[in-house]
Ligand binder design. Structure first.
Ligand code: GDP
Ligand code: MG
Length: 387
């Protein structure tokens, strides 16, 4: 369904017998400063670069042909100047990544037949908020009386259509398609929301599609947070940049992460951040510093705000605080599996006017999905045993 652009790699190793300065430099060496895990399959990376390099030998023809007078070629033949070619641009190719389905993870709103009289209360309990609960109930009532729908199945279908119409947006896709590599994602949100887990899931999913991934452990205040990200990096085969010391400036880790991504010709760098929200100014300063550090070398493609769906209306306040200080481009809504409060997705999207791009539906590596209004609405109106 979703098409993304990544670097072309592999299959070109045969073409590498001209290791010139550019290619040799492209092989990453661990920085003295930052303890850097060996970038997993980095050996493939320079291949795409060297494969693009011109082959000077072809131009030095020992037997000049008749139509090239010797005096004309004498000078340039000495130095074939293969390096005049513009910066080796990343050869990008369009790829599809495996889809993850979300419908199984969403709890249905209904434990029995749909009754419009109860709907407002049900929506309220599911965290749709007062305004939306009234509005959706009224819309359903009108649509039902217009179409004459009154059976359980008909009402479910109408409600689903209503929700899809309200939730659909054109900007739900992750920004992995502009071809300006490496892509850089910053992941923000309060502690415990699911940032590191989400990064781990994304890293694994991208690595499965043979993307070169570098993670940055810029949540430097808790050693456990760094270890947790390192475990995900190991599991998925992503590179990682860790702080040297607890509490090291997160911006320097972010900087080194992008630096390593560029060195490795990686497709994407994902930077984990600390979620301290005790003081808005501190948070703003810290995220601003991280942003500027990244932007010294690359552009930021996504600032993903991770929100725990089980925190209910509180999530809205958190989200507002973050959107005021970070230029958030999309929401990741986690822990939808454990909650009957799926309405928070609706509320967040409407109130913040930001797309919910990803959802987490469990702790496992595959338990996430791109948000789809259709699948989400399906899950909410589904008839499921045990709901
Ligand atoms: P962080 O502090 O924001 O980095 O949060 P973590 O990634 O460490 O996650 C906090 C806890 O939430 C961990 O126990 C995760 O396993 C759990 N978690 C994260 N995402 C999900 C999810 O989608 N569903 C469930 N059930 N648990 C999740
Ligand atoms: Mg974390």
């Amino acid at each position: 369904m979703f098409k993304f652009l990544k670097r072309l790699r592999g299959k070109k190793e045969e073409a590498q017998p001209q290791p010139d300065a550019v290619a040799a430099k492209a092989i990453p060496e661990p920085e003295v400063g930052a303890p850097v895990a060996p970038p997993a399959p980095a050996t493939e990376v320079p291949a795409s670069v060297t494969a693009k390099a011109p082959e000077p030998e072809k131009e030095i023809d020992p037997q000049p042909t008749f139509d090239t007078p010797i005096e004309d070629v004498a000078e340039p033949a000495e130095e074939p100047e293969p390096t005049k070619e513009p910066e080796p641009k990343a050869e990008v190719v369009e790829v599809e990544l495996p889809k993850r389905s979300l419908s199984d993870g969403i709890r249905s709103l209904f434990s029995s037949n749909v009754d419009i009289e109860d709907l407002e209360d049900i929506l309220l309990l599911a965290d749709f908020g007062v305004e939306a609960s009234v509005e959706i109930t009224e819309s359903l009532r009108k649509a039902a009386s217009k179409s004459g729908a009154n059976s359980d199945a008909e009402l479910r279908l109408l409600l689903k259509e209503l929700l899809v119409e309200k939730l659909h947006r054109d900007d739900l896709q992750l920004n992995l398609s502009d071809g300006k590599l490496p892509y850089v994602f910053l992941v923000v949100g309060v502690n415990g929301a699911g940032k590191t887990t989400t990064i781990g899931k994304l890293a694994k999913w991208l690595r499965d599609g043979e993307w070169e991934v570098v993670l940055g452990a810029a949540d430097t205040f808790r050693a456990a947070a760094v270890d947790q990200l390192a475990t995900w990096a190991e599991r998925s085969g992503a590179g990682i940049v860790k702080p040297e010391l607890d509490g090291q400036d997160p911006a320097s880790v972010a900087y080194q992460t992008v630096e390593l991504a560029i060195k490795n010709d990686a497709d994407i760098a994902i930077v984990d951040t600390a979620g301290r929200l005790q003081n808005k100014k501190d948070l703003m300063d810290e995220l601003g510093k991280i942003r500027r550090a990244v932007e010294k070398q690359a552009q930021i493609n996504e600032v993903l705000l991770v929100i725990d769906a089980t925190t209910g209306q509180n999530a809205i306040n958190q989200a507002k605080a973050f959107t005021e200080v970070a230029d958030v481009s999309g929401i990741v809504m986690t822990k939808l599996d454990g909650t009957a409060k799926g309405g928070i997705v609706y509320t967040i999207q409407q109130q913040l006017d930001l797309p919910v791009k990803l959802v987490g539906v469990g702790e496992g590596v595959n338990d996430f999905a791109f948000f789809s209004a259709e699948e989400f609405a399906n899950g909410l109106v589904a008839r499921k045993p045990g709901n």
